[in-house]
Structure formats: structure tokens, C-alpha cells
Design a protein around this ligand. Structure first.
Ligand code: NDP
Length: 292
């Protein structure tokens, strides 16, 4: 039987409506909208596009967005000074430092400058520490991993005692997703480039998360029949028939796996739209915490 397709776009749209309602309610109550500041250093076109998308998404739900652009040769001190100023600005409830930063900038030091209570990306070491430890609550959960869990919840996945396998162990996706699944009482296995016999491991999974950046690597025989499969991968592959000369595809072979999985989130159209939605939600929560 073909898998139920988890429509990330539709789920994200519904959540954004709820965020918009709560943002306008907050403004009515306290006279201030939630505010997100985005810091962009240099002119990397992909980073500029991401920042534009995030700012546009803010505007649509009534979150005020403040753009701050610094030249590619800005000094460490200039970047950190800007982040410190934003940390003290009462109109700013979330600070987003768009990564990657130019090579001469110490990224970890800049991220440490973001005050914990405005760390809406959830990358502050204290937030990651709390996310990892048992019985601790981070102030913010990183956006992509949070989006993965939200998709699983909305699709009706059962976490308790489930075998969960996460492909990938990066700081921004694989590792935090694995921790979130562990805390939901899954028996969680993390795979990476040195894992032996990946299909043998993944085909035991009730919940399978693919976050490796390898186009269509996960095939039908890697997947347990009925499993919940979330494809985080976003890969460009050459395609002469496409207008741009490439198309986007996930880490999962969608056409094959949809015949085996119980539920499958596609890429594009799955986790992608959820990532920005979780950023909006974190910013709203931060503003509610500060203002109510
Ligand atoms: P990284 O490159 O940081 O990490 C990739 C992970 O996959 C590593 O742990 C690596 O192992 C592992 N890996 C790579 N190749 C293999 C392989 N052949 N077999 C087994 N494991 C492998 O990537 P990210 O975590 O940043 O991103 C993963 C994917 O998710 C990318 O396609 C990215 O574009 C996408 N993404 C999508 C987002 C969204 O919003 N939808 C947001 C962020 C990422 P090792 O550690 O051993 O090197």
C-alpha cells in the first residue's frame, strides 16, 4: 500500500496562521509585536536569499523583522558589538545570525554573544546542553529538528518504545533530532559515514530520519514496511530538462520508498517549510515570555 504523504507545506501553513493570530493578540495586549533581528555578514547570495525568505515570512505573520547587514570584511568586534546591541534592544525578541560567517570570523564566539533568551535558532551551547540532558528544558529547540518532530506528531507516529534510526550526526540536524527522539522514549540509533551495513540498520526502524545530504540514497529495501520516514535532505542534482539546469531532491528515493513506508514526508515540500515556521514560533514564544 502506498504511504501516506506528510504534507509539510499544509502543516506549516496551518501553524503560521495560528502564529499570526497569537502575534496580533500579543500586539493588542501589550502594544508591541514580536521582533526578529537577522544579521547577515557579507554577500553570499544563498545566505542573502535565506534571510530574505525569513524576513518575508515574519512580515506575513505580523512579526517585525529587522535586517542588519555588515560588509564581508567586518571585524569580529563589529559583529559581536552588533549582536550585543540587539541583545539589549527591547523590540528584538529573537536574534538570527545567518551562517556561515566569513572565514576570519570566529562563529562560536559570535553565537555565544547571543543572549540565551533570544537564541531563537537554539544553537547556544546552553540550549544544546539542556536539549541533550535528561529532564532539562531548552529555552528554544533548533528549528529543523523541531520541524521533524512536529511532522511526526502531526502524522500520528507513536514514539514510546519505537525503534528510531537517524541517518546523519550533524550539530544542526542529526544529533539534536536523535536527542529529541530519545527523550520521547524511542530506542535511538545514530548512523554516519562510518556505519557498517546501513540498510541492515535502517530496515529495523519504525521511525527513519534521513539527514545525510546524499541524493536518493535511501531505497525501498532500506525501509521497514509501515515505517514513518522523514526526508530532511535537500540536494541539487543536474537536470537539463529543468529551467534552472538542476532540480532539488531529498535523501530518500521518493518513488520507491512511498510503496513501502507507512508515512513519508517528501523533499521538497516536507521539512523545508517547517524550518522557518519553527523559527517564527520560537520568536513568538520568546516575545510572549518577555512581554506577558
Ligand atoms: P552535514 O554534511 O553537516 O552532515 C551530514 C551527515 O551525514 C554527517 O553526519 C555524515 O557523516 C553523514 N553522511 C554523509 N554521507 C553519508 C553516507 N554516504 N552514509 C552515511 N552517512 C553519511 O549535513 P546537514 O546535517 O547540515 O544536512 C543534511 C541534509 O539536510 C542536507 O541535504 C541539507 O541540505 C539538509 N538540510 C535541510 C534543512 C531544511 O530546512 N530542510 C536544514 C538543514 C539541512 P559523518 O559525520 O561521519 O561525516
Amino acid at each position: 500500500m502506498a504511504a501516506k504523504i506528510i504534507d509539510g507545506k499544509a502543516i506549516a501553513e496551518e501553524m503560521r496562521q495560528e502564529i499570526a493570530d497569537q502575534a496580533s493578540q500579543l500586539k493588542l495586549e501589550v502594544g508591541l509585536a514580536p521582533g526578529l533581528a537577522a544579521v547577515l555578514v557579507g554577500e553570499d547570495p544563498a545566505s542573502a536569499t535565506y534571510v530574505r525568505m525569513k524576513r518575508r515570512a515574519c512580515e506575513k505573520v505580523g512579526i517585525e523583522s529587522f535586517g542588519h547587514e555588515l560588509p564581508a570584511d567586518a571585524s569580529q568586534e563589529e559583529v559581536e558589538e552588533l549582536v550585543r546591541e540587539l541583545g539589549e534592544d527591547p523590540k528584538v525578541h529573537g536574534i538570527l545570525v545567518q551562517l556561515p560567517l566569513p572565514d576570519h570570523i570566529d562563529e562560536e564566539s559570535v553565537l555565544n554573544t547571543v543572549p540565551l533568551e533570544k537564541d531563537v535558532d537554539g544553537f547556544h551551547p546552553v540550549n544544546i546542553g539542556r536539549l541533550t540532558m535528561k529532564n532539562r528544558e531548552p529555552l528554544f529547540i533548533p528549528c529543523t529538528p523541531h520541524g521533524v518532530i512536529e511532522l511526526l506528531e502531526q502524522a500520528g507516529a507513536k514514539f514510546e518504545g519505537a525503534e528510531a534510526v537517524v541517518l546523519g550526526r550533524s550539530n544542526i540536524v542529526g544529533l539534536p533530532v536523535a536527542m529529541l527522539l530519545l527523550h520521547r522514549n524511542c530506542t535511538t540509533t545514530i548512523c554516519h559515514s562510518r556505519t557498517k551495513d546501513l540498510p541492515a540498520v535502517t530496515s529495523e526502524a519504525d521511525i527513519l530520519i534521513a539527514a545525510v545530504g546524499q541524493p536518493e540514497m535511501v531505497k525501498a529495501d532500506w525501509v521497514k514496511p509501515g515505517a514513518y520516514v522523514i526526508d530532511v535532505g535537500t540536494n541539487r542534482v543536474d537536470d537539463v530538462s529543468a529551467k534552472r539546469g538542476y532540480r532539488l531532491t531529498g535523501d530518500v528515493d521518493f518513488d520507491e520508498v512511498k510503496e513501502v513506508a507507512g508515512a513519508l514526508s517528501p523533499s521538497p515540500g516536507g521539512v523545508g517549510p517547517m524550518t522557518i515556521t519553527m523559527l517564527l514560533q520560537n520568536t513568538l514564544r520568546s516575545a510572549q515570555r518577555a512581554l506577558l
